[in-house]
Design a protein around this ligand. Structure first.
Ligand code: FE2
Length: 285
């Protein structure tokens, strides 16, 4: 029996209702609100509804969202995300992206974790939010966080040595248990994929952990672009799959709104990629 799930990312749901004007005295947030409103023209929450519908129709075991569920990490946005995921009618797993840690305040108050802990249940080291591990028959999901508050115009991510150390141990444990290891991370993990000031700062450290301890599948988002590749592992390559934004209205090849349906069991990974065609998602490969 395989573990069946849908992977989507970067849904950037936006709700600015009830946001008090004083929040925008923060210059960064003022600029951020402008950007988010502009982005609205290229994104539609209705696409996320279609993804949820697809997950329900296929009776997927899980819907996985690899970060950037919000734009500015405001309470109103997290309220909206929590409500939408809670009403999805399918089990959901999330990890944070850089937009979910848009301000230092949101990171300090662990806003993402506070609102969305119900979608990150699992085992974790005491005192650490990440990685968390969710075990399913034949499969282990490992949720990482690269989300750190950055300077304006930077969208970089960092895992940190402590999180990488815990990841190595978890990958070994899941391997011993005979599970296919699926690693969830917001930022791209292959060199040269991310734009400057957009990259994972400890990409080499992550690559070294995978090279030594292995993984079967690595899922990411962030660049709003379809990316396929591999990272070297001890017994063969780890497949890397980057999915476009789940709510993007673009029809440009490789940049379309997208999601991917997977069936994973130890020794097999099958996937079907769907892209936005203007009215609905259609199977692309
Ligand atoms: Fe991102």
């Amino acid at each position: 029996m395989s573990f069946r799930f849908i992977h989507c990312s970067d849904i950037h749901l936006l709700d600015l209702t009830g946001v008090r004007p004083w929040r925008f005295f923060n210059k960064r947030l003022t600029g951020g609100v402008n950007l988010a409103l502009k982005r609205r023209r290229m994104h539609s929450d209705a696409l996320f509804d279609q993804i949820i519908e697809h997950a329900r129709a296929r009776k997927a075991d899980r819907l996985i969202v690899t970060g950037d569920l919000t734009n500015l990490a405001l309470e109103a946005e997290f309220e909206l995300v929590k409500r939408r995921l809670g009403e999805a009618g399918v089990a959901v797993t999330v990890i944070p992206g850089n937009h979910d840690a848009y301000t230092k305040g949101s990171v300090r108050s662990r806003r993402f974790e506070t609102y969305l802990s119900g979608f990150m249940e699992g085992e974790r080291a005491s005192g650490a939010d990440y990685p968390f591990v969710q075990r399913f028959p034949g499969v282990g999901l490992v949720g990482l966080s690269t989300a750190v508050a950055t300077l304006p115009l930077f969208a970089t991510g960092t895992l940190g040595d402590a999180q990488l150390g815990r990841l190595a141990k978890i990958l070994d444990a899941l391997k011993r248990e005979g599970r296919a290891r699926i690693v969830l991370i917001h930022h791209p993990v292959m060199p040269g994929v991310s734009k400057a000031r957009h990259d994972l700062l400890d990409l080499a450290g992550f690559g070294a952990v995978i090279e030594r301890h292995g993984a079967e599948l690595i899922l990411h988002g962030h660049e709003h672009k379809h990316i396929e590749g591999v990272l070297p592992g001890p017994e063969g390559p780890a497949l890397v799959h980057g999915v476009g934004s789940g709510t993007c209205l673009s029809l440009k090849p490789g940049r379309e709104g997208a999601f991917t349906y997977f069936e994973v069991a130890p020794g097999t990974i099958e996937k079907q990629h769907y892209v936005w065609r203007g009215a609905s998602f259609e199977r692309a490969e």
